[in-house]
Every structure is written in structure tokens, then in C-alpha cells.
Design a protein around this ligand. Structure first.
Ligand SMILES: [Zn+2]
Length: 249
């Protein structure tokens, strides 16, 4: 870990923290200039956060996940999302991932925010995402082979959805947008990993009895976002590893 890497990690964590605060304020209907000038405060008691409480991840640890004044729990989503985007930034930096995929990762962060907090993603936002990935595809990742698998998967999922609804239409469009930017091997790994992480998460929720099997709604976009980042970094390796693994059997 060099000093530069640590700095890039914090850049990602700060970006996450900034996006979380801005998206929250947008949703609460804050207007300019309040949206940028308002000091961050506890949503329960209104305590203004000090500068050290605002440091990503470290601030959360220092206050032990609770408001120092009223004891209101801070959602674990905040430090976790900062950790994820910070790690993504530093790995993308180390592996010299092209800049347009950084934009895609930040866009995925925003989509995930709504999927987690609202259990729904705005249609316009998904369409803007698809338009952005299409533009990037034609500019930087043009390869007909990239299109085949995403197209097959989308048709398959639509057919499966007719039998039992398990995927939202928005999730499908996001998958399609991600799929065209990566090789078909990476797409397979992303899809497999996304489902695996979602399954693990559901099992953990079940074990902690927070949900029942019926009516469980698991947000898919955050899992596919993490799977996408892993697929970009290690997709080809994971693919050949899985292939070898299957040969043994
Ligand atoms: Zn408070």
C-alpha cells in the first residue's frame, strides 16, 4: 500500500459519502443552495456533525455507529458503501482500468442507493444509465461478441419472468447495459457472482430471521454492481478457474 493508493481509497470513500448526502437531500426535496450549504446533522436530534465525525468510515468507528448526542444508530449502509467505493477506486487505479468504467461504477453506486433505500429505481435514471453504457460501448468497447450473451440472458429472464416474476424490468436493463461493456466470459462471471452474493445475503437474512421466504424482496442492483467490479478486475481468471474446476468433475 503506497501513500498514493491510500489517497485514492479515500477519494472513493469521500465520493461515496458525498453522493449519499446529496442523494438523500435531493430526495428530501432540499433546494439549491441549501443542498450544498446545509451542514450534515443527525436526522433524529439535529446535532451538527463535527469534521472528524464526517471522515468516511473512521468517523463511523469513532462514534461507534451511534449519534454521540441521542444514541440514534447510524445505518451500516453508510460506512459499508464508503468502504466498497473506496476499494473499487483503489483496485481500478492499481489495475489501470479505463476512465469510462469508473463513470459506470459511480453510476452503479447511485442506482444501488435507490435500490437499497427505496426498493425501486427511477425509470429515467435507468434509461440514462443504458444510454450512457451504449455510448461507451460504441466509443470504447465496440465488439459484436459482447452483445450475444446479454441478449440471450435478457430473453431467457423475460421468459422465466412470465412463469414466476423474480426480476424487475429495471434490473434487466441495468444488466444489459453492463453486459455490452464486458466480454462474454466476464458477463457469465458477473451474472453467476451476482446471483451467488444475493443468495448468500438472503440466507444470512433468513438465518437472522429478519425475513421470511415469502415476500422477500432482495435489491439486485447492488449485488450485480459488486459482481461487475469483480468481473472487470478478475473475470477472465475466475472464468478459466471455473472451467478447470468443471473439467475435474
Ligand atoms: Zn442524534
Amino acid at each position: 500500500m503506497t501513500f498514493l493508493n491510500i489517497w485514492i481509497f479515500f477519494l472513493g470513500a469521500v465520493t461515496a459519502s458525498f453522493l449519499n448526502a446529496t442523494l438523500y437531500r435531493l430526495e428530501e426535496g432540499y433546494k439549491y443552495p441549501k443542498i450544498i450549504k446545509q451542514s450534515s446533522h443527525c436526522e433524529n436530534c439535529g446535532k451538527i456533525l463535527t469534521w472528524w465525525e464526517l471522515i468516511p468510515i473512521i468517523g463511523y468507528l469513532l462514534i461507534k455507529g451511534k449519534c454521540p448526542k441521542c444514541g440514534q444508530r447510524v445505518d451500516l449502509y453508510y460506512p459499508l458503501s464508503e468502504l466498497v467505493l473506496g476499494t473499487t477506486f483503489v483496485l481500478f487505479f492499481i489495475y489501470t482500468i479505463p476512465w469510462y468504467l469508473w463513470i459506470v461504477a459511480i453510476f452503479l453506486f447511485i442506482l444501488s442507493y435507490f435500490d437499497i433505500k427505496e426498493q425501486a429505481v427511477y425509470k429515467d435514471l435507468v434509461h440514462a444509465f443504458l444510454a450512457t453504457t451504449l455510448l461507451f460501448y460504441f466509443l470504447f468497447a465496440f465488439d459484436i461478441a459482447n452483445l450475444i450473451l446479454p441478449a440471450i440472458f435478457v430473453v431467457m429472464i423475460i421468459v422465466l419472468n412470465l412463469i414466476k416474476k423474480s426480476f424487475g424490468f429495471g434490473d434487466l436493463l441495468v444488466l444489459l447495459g453492463l453486459g455490452i461493456l464486458i466480454s462474454w466470459q466476464q458477463f457469465l462471471v458477473m451474472f453467476w457472482l451476482g446471483i451467488m452474493i444475493a443468495l448468500l445475503y438472503s440466507l444470512m437474512l433468513l438465518a437472522s430471521k429478519k425475513i421470511s421466504l415469502k415476500g422477500a424482496k432482495v435489491p439486485m442492483i447492488p449485488f450485480f454492481s459488486i459482481a461487475f467490479v469483480i468481473a472487470i478486475l478478475y473475470g477472465e481468471e475466475i472464468y478459466s478457474y471455473l472451467l478447470n474446476f468443471m473439467k475435474i468433475w
